[in-house]
Structures are given as structure tokens and as C-alpha cells.
Design a protein around this ligand. Sequence first.
Ligand SMILES: [Zn+2]
Length: 337
Amino acid sequence: MARTYQEAVRSGTLAAGKLHRQIDLRALQEARPGAVDVFAVIADLGVPLMVRPLTGLLGAFLNLPSPGILVTTERPLSIQRFTAAHELGHCLLRHQPSLDDEDQILRRAPQAQDAGPGYQETEADAFAVAFLMPKWLIMAHCARQAWRLAELKRPDVVYQLSLRLGASYEAMTRTLERYELIDATTRTSLLATRPRALKAALLEDFTPPSYRGDVWLLTEKDEGGRIDGSRNDLFVIRLPELGSAGYLWDFDTLAASGFSLVRDTRLDLAADGVGGPNLRQVLAAPLEDAHGMLHIEQRRPWLGEAAIAAFVVPFDLTGPEGSGLSRAERRQRLAAA
Ligand SMILES: [Zn+2]
């Protein structure tokens, strides 16, 4: 049990690193960069977890008669994931039972106020941050997207980074500050921008039924990665196209992948508007319970030749977690049956 706040942060962080090594997270992330699948890890560890419509709580850790985790249905996937990681922290660090509301999980209370014995809330929080958003994973996503450190001051960049780590915009911002990748002034200015404004900017003239879902900006840098999102997310797919040479991205396959095409635009890159490559940009919405492989190819449609480029990304847009077992545990049980 930790005796000081600093000791709790250190031991929570160490426990997350130990679990990363146990599940070989680096190899998993090198193969398919994406978010850390905390629900699959909990299922693999055999820790019982139920998703329930909880009132006033985001989650709970119970240990009688045996350890178990509860997560609410009433929040977006990013908050469900952070809650699950926090409760897993309680479980692995052998904490006392904990009923966790927003103040506990989202750490809105001042640092010194830790309601749990032995700084256990601080320890579980440090575990959750380090488990879901280790610094090396943030840096790996930045390198992949060619985002430089200075660009972490930009709300649109931090928002897109948060989606790839499966974190909320606020949690992502606070974590960047914790790792000293941004300073306190930048954190304040980032948090002054609401995600809704960032979503609206990407959607341009399109108005969604609600702004609860996220808006992903996918580019060729996302090729080979992985998308874990929710059913009301929207996708702006922006890819370079050799239109002047007759090559076009074939977005007809979007429907076969489980998406509907909302908007299709071409943006000229060349200053004179002729002869150069252009950007093709579409807005796509997932159909019901979409999961599988997004696969689009650039080819000359009237020639039977091979594609010159492909954009392939596995995706799961069945979030958030619904009532009952987690999606990961249901998949495991199906596979074992
Ligand atoms: Zn807690």
C-alpha cells in the first residue's frame, strides 16, 4: 500500500508496465497500431466483468466473494475503457472495493483528496493512464502520423490522436501534460476547445443527427492500422489520387465494407489546377453494427489492370459496450464454443 501520492503514481505506473510485458503489447502494437484493448485483456486475465446501466457511478471494483468489475453502459466507449482500466488497476493492485463516480475516475478532485485508503484511487488512476496511454505508444502514433511535438498544441491533432488511443479528448490532453509533452498553458488552451467544434469543422456543411459520435480523419498514414470506434462515428477519408492519369479511388467497395457514402469531393493540389495529383475526400457513415475490413483501391476503372494503391484498415464500430458481457468476452466465448 502506497504511503505518499508520488509512491502511488509510481507503483500504479510500474504495474501497468509489468502487464504490458506480460501481454507483449509492443509486439501487438507493431503488428497493428491502435488502441490498447483493455476489455480483451480483462477477459484474457479471467477477471469477471459486467457492463450495466449504473446510476451515479462510472464503474466499481468488488472483491467479495471474489474480485469483479462493473462498468456503466451510460457513457461513451472512451470513458468505458478508462473506467475498465481503472477498475483493473484496483484488482491487480489488490485494493479495497471501490465505487467510482466521475470525481474518482476522471480525477476532477484536487490531487490531495484521495477518498480511498492508501492513495488507492491515485494508484488505480496512474495504472489506467499508463496502461492505456503509455508514452511510447503516444510517440509511436505521432511518428506514424508524422505529427511533430509542436503540433500537439493543435486541438485537431490532439483530437485525432485521442481517437487512435481510444481516449477522450480531455484524458488525452491531461496525459500529454503529465508526460510534459505540453505545458499547463497549452493544456488550458486545448481544453477551451470543445470536441464538438472539431467534429463540426471536419464535417463542414454536413449536420449529423447528434454530435455524440466521433469524427475520424483517415489518411494514407492510417493504412495498416486499426480502428476501434462506435456506431455513431463518422469518417472523413482523404487520399491522394492520380486523377490526371486516369486513376481513381473506387469507393463503390465502401458499401461492401459496411459504410454508406455521404459526400464525395475532389481537391486540387497543383497550383495551376492541371496535371498534378489531387486529393479525393469522402465522408462515410458506418451501417448498423459495422465491423470487418475497410478495403478501397485506386485503379483505372475502364482497364482491367491491377490497382496502384490500396487502403486497408480493419475496423470495429460496434461500441460502446452494451449491457452484459464485454464484446471481447463474448467473442472469446464464441470462439471457444
Ligand atoms: Zn477507484
